[in-house]
Design a protein around this ligand. Structure first.
Ligand code: ZN
Length: 438
């Protein structure tokens, strides 16, 4: 394959046709395996009137029933398990904002597959055995730490498993060990960028890349992290516990969005309301079907993530397809005056106004006359004139009105006013009266 990076962990396919044949074989294996060995899946497939032998082409994917987060919660503590316990070598778990946590089982092969494609993610980001990878994400039952760690070791780079938070230790490792790659959330990246500036250690660190995941980052946030850390290159890495964990794709060095591992799973985009498949290029809910996952295969799993497939080939030369950065989740979309609004849209507007910083909050509440109010509190850029505040607020109101068709209140505050988080920053605060559940 004629690509810009080494391809030790790349899929062994030269053509899209070969990839599709591999996908069909994997789909057929998955449906047969789930039907034979997973009672929950068998029930679903029987209810839909589908037998494994009905899957003859990739188009037959559409006939399969969806799997949801509720299916995973319902089966707690070992949901959708399709192998006997003696084949399970590990459990991971995701926090889940409501109700039971999501536990997922892994076989030896599942762990090996994940490690392999995580190494591929590093490889595609141009990380090599020469690199020193400071891993500033959570270790433990979460998938993040383990994934970044094993992938890094598989690639042969030096892992520095510092874990999340602990800014003093992060800075010490950056300076003393000369880490070249930092893996973290976008919020942590921003926090580190600020900290490196504050401590005046920018010229004593040697960072080249920041690989960030589990959270959206606006264009201005990316720009700021890059600038303050000496021009580092940023790579968005997607993933979720249900689908092995982080590392299910990555931005390539051409930064034209995210390549995903189509040899491990099929990605579809559907309209989240009608569940009808959408054509390439259109935004919708990401649906994933695994091709070789043993302990907990996924059949048309509704991820709730909003993205789109980017048509055509990337300039980097790989045949692996692309999706856009995750725009939000179907469940973090909020409704204001009958308009569906994604925080990512507000991100984009703020990023496009020079003088505004990357940090903002959206507050939704009722005023004295019970009218819904959307208030955007946004920081100025750190070098912006304080006297410009009023003009920037006016510009923001104008742009939101023009692009989202609702009129917000805007409050522009000095740089550094809003809280920084080591984890995901909370953006939307909705205190409007919620209808009682009857
Ligand atoms: Zn590419």
């Amino acid at each position: 394959m004629n690509t810009k990076y080494s391809t030790r962990f790349a899929p062994p396919f030269e053509t899209v046709e070969a990839l599709k044949a591999h996908q069909l074989a994997g789909l057929r294996w998955t449906v047969a395996h789930a039907y034979q060995n997973g009672p929950a899946y068998r029930q679903k497939l029987d209810a839909a009137g589908i037998r494994p032998e009905d899957i003859r082409s990739l188009d037959d994917l559409r006939r399969l029933p969806f799997t949801t987060a509720e299916d995973i919660r319902e089966g707690y503590p070992f949901p959708l398990r399709c192998v006997p316990f003696e084949r399970i070598v590990r459990i991971h778990s995701s926090s889940g904002t409501t109700g039971k946590r999501k536990n997922l089982c892994y076989t030896r092969k599942d762990v090996d597959d994940w490690t392999h494609f995580f190494a591929r993610a590093y490889e595609m980001a141009g990380v090599t055995a020469e690199d020193r990878v400071q891993i500033a994400v959570g270790y433990g039952v979460w998938t993040a730490g383990m994934g970044f760690q094993l992938g890094c070791e598989k690639l042969g780079a030096m892992a520095l498993p510092v874990g999340p938070g602990n800014v003093d230790m992060q800075c010490q490792f950056l300076v003393d060990c000369q880490s070249t790659v930092l893996c973290c959330t976008a919020s942590m990246g921003l926090l580190m960028a600020d900290e490196v500036q504050k401590r005046g250690i920018a010229n004593r660190i040697h960072l080249k890349k920041v690989i960030y995941g589990s959270e959206r980052a606006s264009v201005s946030m990316r720009k700021k992290i890059s600038e303050q850390l000496g021009g580092v290159e940023l790579f968005d890495i997607p993933g979720m516990t249900e689908l092995y964990g982080p590392g299910t794709g990555i931005e390539c060095t051409d930064h034209d969005c995210i390549h995903y591992w189509a040899d491990y799973y099929i990605l579809e985009i559907v309209d989240p309301q009608t569940l009808e498949p959408l054509p390439d290029g259109e935004w919708g809910e990401m649906i994933v079907t695994t091709l070789c996952k043993e302990a907990v295969p996924l059949i048309r799993y509704r991820t709730r993530d909003i993205t789109r497939i980017i048509p055509g080939a990337c300039t980097c030369g790989t045949i692996l397809p692309r999706h856009s950065r995750i725009k939000g989740r179907t469940d973090d979309m909020f409704k204001f005056r009958a308009v569906n609004i994604y925080p990512a849209t507000i991100d984009q507007i703020i990023s496009g106004i020079s003088g505004l910083g990357s940090e903002y909050q959206i507050h939704l509440y009722q005023d004295e006359s019970d009218r819904g109010v959307m208030k955007i509190v946004v920081e100025m850029a750190d070098n912006a004139e304080l006297s410009l505040g009023e003009r920037l607020a006016k510009e923001l109101i104008y742009q939101v009105k023009r692009k989202v068709l609702v009129t917000p209140i805007a409050e522009v505050v000095p740089y550094g006013t809003l809280p920084r988080s080591e984890r995901k920053s909370k953006r939307v605060f909705d205190t409007r009266i919620q209808d009682a559940i009857v």
